[in-house]
Design a protein around this ligand. Structure first.
Ligand code: C2E
Ligand code: CA
Ligand code: CA
Ligand code: CA
Length: 267
């Protein structure tokens, strides 16, 4: 029994070692991917009730030897290793460069880009200053840039978070609360934040036509947004039925496969 125990321990170590190796490998891959420009941004359109395009959400992809890797396969490791800081910088810079290009085009200058910000990135003390530098560097119109934050990054000092939001908002940047309703932050904390938009999570949209419980949640989010003076957008809208239900409930902005899948922008 003693021997088996020792073997088990050895086996455990081996597994842990293997996992650690995989992590290091992935980390090295991300590092190299950043150097060799293997990352790209897909864009998914956001629509008004009449179907017109308001803007896009930027969604990162990693193209490795022709294979498109989704963010769920590398963002967690990028966060754990801290590589999300340079990767996130690249994402922001690329989105700002796109906005700067659109600024010159009369039929495109109204479009906004929403960029996902990870908690690790947001907690970096240099974050706000780096965003401001990027705006200056790229000459992007700040009022077309939207940053998507999540409830999970609202756990630390609320006053500090509010300061960062306000600093960036004086430049014209807007803030959207992504995946709203899936976290654990108290309403009190949320209502104190200087936000511009609530984003209804796709898990509530998914069952909208069948389950009245989800409809009740969606209705509550929409009413909360309206009472706080925020715009409300629903993500993961896949069917006409869902769009109709959302309209009935008072949500007039949409994003989802019903309209378009994330894709590269046409050149
Ligand atoms: P998210 O921010 O909630 O993004 C929405 C996800 O839903 C995207 O997955 C999008 O492709 C997908 N989606 C859009 N419409 C539909 C639909 O109608 N039905 C369904 N089933 N799905 C839809 P994606 O691109 O794989 O991104 C997954 C997550 O990875 C994002 O969730 C976000 O948390 C993270 N992520 C993506 N890009 C970035 C980025 O540039 N930076 C950071 N920090 N995180 C990112
Ligand atoms: Ca928006
Ligand atoms: Ca998002
Ligand atoms: Ca989301």
């Amino acid at each position: 029994a003693k021997k088996a125990g020792r073997d088990q321990i050895r086996f455990f170590d081996f597994e842990m070692q293997e996992q650690a190796d995989k992590r290091t490998e992935l980390e090295a891959g991300i590092r190299k991917g950043l150097d060799s420009q293997e990352f790209c941004l897909y864009y998914q359109s956001q629509h008004e009730a009449d179907g017109s395009v308001l803007g896009y959400e930027a969604l990162v992809r990693w193209v490795r030897e022709g294979v498109v890797i989704p963010p769920s396969d590398f963002i967690p490791q990028a966060e754990q290793s801290g590589l999300i800081i340079p990767l996130g910088q690249w994402i922001l810079k690329t989105a700002c460069e796109q906005l700067a290009k659109w600024k010159e085009l009369p039929d495109k200058q109204h479009l906004s880009i929403a960029v996902n910000i990870s908690a690790v990135q947001f907690q970096d003390p240099k974050f706000a200053q780096q965003v401001i530098s990027l705006l200056d560097q790229t000459q992007a119109p700040a009022d077309r840039l939207e940053l998507e934050i999540t409830e999970s990054m609202l756990i630390s000092d609320l006053d500090k978070i509010i300061d960062i939001l306000l600093l960036l908002k004086t430049r014209g940047i807007r803030f959207s609360l992504d995946d709203f309703g899936t976290g654990y932050s108290s309403l009190d904390r949320l209502t104190n934040l200087p936000l511009d938009q609530l984003k209804i999570d796709q898990r509530f949209v998914r069952n909208l036509d069948k389950h009245s419980r989800d409809a009740a949640v969606v209705k509550t989010i929409i009413d909360l947004g309206r009472n706080l003076g925020l715009s409300v957008i629903a993500e993961g809208v896949e069917t006409d039925n869902q769009r109709e239900r959302l309209l009935e409930l008072g949500c007039y902005q949409f994003q989802g496969y019903l309209f378009a899948k994330p894709a590269l922008l046409p050149e």
